[in-house]
Design a protein around this ligand. Structure first.
Ligand code: NAI
Ligand code: 15L
Length: 273
């Protein structure tokens, strides 16, 4: 049967807020969890991913989990370790112990951020797109934590039969705000379509997909996402002229423009020590 009750972790965040608005239309009853209070949602569970007891209780009885909680940008390793690496482990353990059958994991393009982006005129030939089995090349400690999350998901599938769809999200915001985002943007409506497909497709085992709209300037291959039943309807192209006029075309001699992960590849680290 299709999942009905879904735990949404990271419900107070940007993507969590968008999905809180969009997913109920698909018939889900959302249980919300975040470290921070969720605006307008007094019943949301306020819990840290470090709190094993709270996680056990939060996942009890749900049909699936959408796991968005964590640090969503580069940060010192110790913080990433605690929230994203240990936190995701604690969530998987709680899910295993409570028998939750499926998790949709918010992975990121930054798990493969050092992958050179394909050059050439859009739209690219399908064969030129970055394949889903491209070697992982994290661009940050943050990307490394997403790479870990994907391995954790594979492990829980192989060992315990807990299913995951790992979604390597590009940039899910109301509008694309950079020239790079013209290639990796996922409209919120397409994000909801993809999460719905990831929750309802049968026999996913551990499936890894790229998460974006059907952008004209696409860099990566959406085949595994489409195989879940995902049919993206949006395209960033209407934003192209304005963004390129403001920011210029991407320069392949600039490392941050030449890699999938954009400025996340830059040295020194992009957070203040
Ligand atoms: P965000 O930073 O706005 O939201 C993350 C939420 O997680 C926050 O509300 C925060 O309070 C919560 N959180 C952080 N540490 C926690 C902990 N220890 N315990 C419980 N809650 C904790 O990030 P955003 O943009 O909403 O992203 C959501 C997820 O999707 C993140 O995992 C991010 O890495 C991933 N993602 C997002 C992309 C995007 O375009 N928005 C792109 C790629 C991945
Ligand atoms: C991510 O993984 C971040 O969570 C998000 O804030 C954006 O920076 C996005 O990637 C991106 O690459 O644009």
């Amino acid at each position: 049967p299709a999942p009905r009750t879904v735990l949404l972790t990271g419900a107070a965040g940007g993507l969590g807020t968008l999905m809180r608005e969009l997913l109920p239309a698909y018939g889900y009853e959302l249980r919300l969890l975040d470290l921070l209070p969720v605006e307008g949602e007094p019943d949301a569970i306020a819990a840290d991913l470090a709190d094993k007891e709270a996680l056990r209780e939060a996942v009890r009885g749900v049909d699936a989990i959408i796991h968005l909680a964590g640090i969503s940008l580069e940060a010192p390793f110790e913080k990433i370790l605690r929230a994203n690496i240990e936190g995701t482990y604690h969530l998987y353990e709680a899910a295993r112990q409570e028998g939750v059958p499926r998790i949709v994991f918010a992975s990121s393009n930054h798990a493969v951020g050092f992958t050179p982006r394909p050059l050439g005129d859009a739209p690219l030939d399908p064969g030129a797109l970055i394949p889903i089995d491209t070697p992982r090349r994290p661009d940050t400690f943050y990307g490394l934590s997403k790479s870990f999350g994907e391995d954790l998901a594979q492990f829980y599938w192989d060992k315990y039969g807990l299913e995951t769809v790992s979604v390597r999200i590009g940039s899910c915001f109301p509008e694309p705000t950079s020239v790079r985002m013209l290639s990796v943007w996922m409209s919120p409506a397409d994000g909801a379509r993809l999460f719905h497909a990831a929750l309802t497709a049968e026999d996913v085992g551990h499936t890894v997909v790229y998460g974006s709209s059907a952008n004209t300037r696409l860099w990566w291959d959406l085949t595994t996402a489409r195989a879940l039943g995902y049919e993206p309807r949006d395209d960033s192209e209407p934003y192209a002229e304005k963004l390129i006029a403001e920011q210029g075309e991407l320069d392949p001699d600039n490392e941050a423009h030449a890699c999938l992960g954009g400025h996340f590849v830059n040295k020194p680290p992009i957070w203040p020590h």
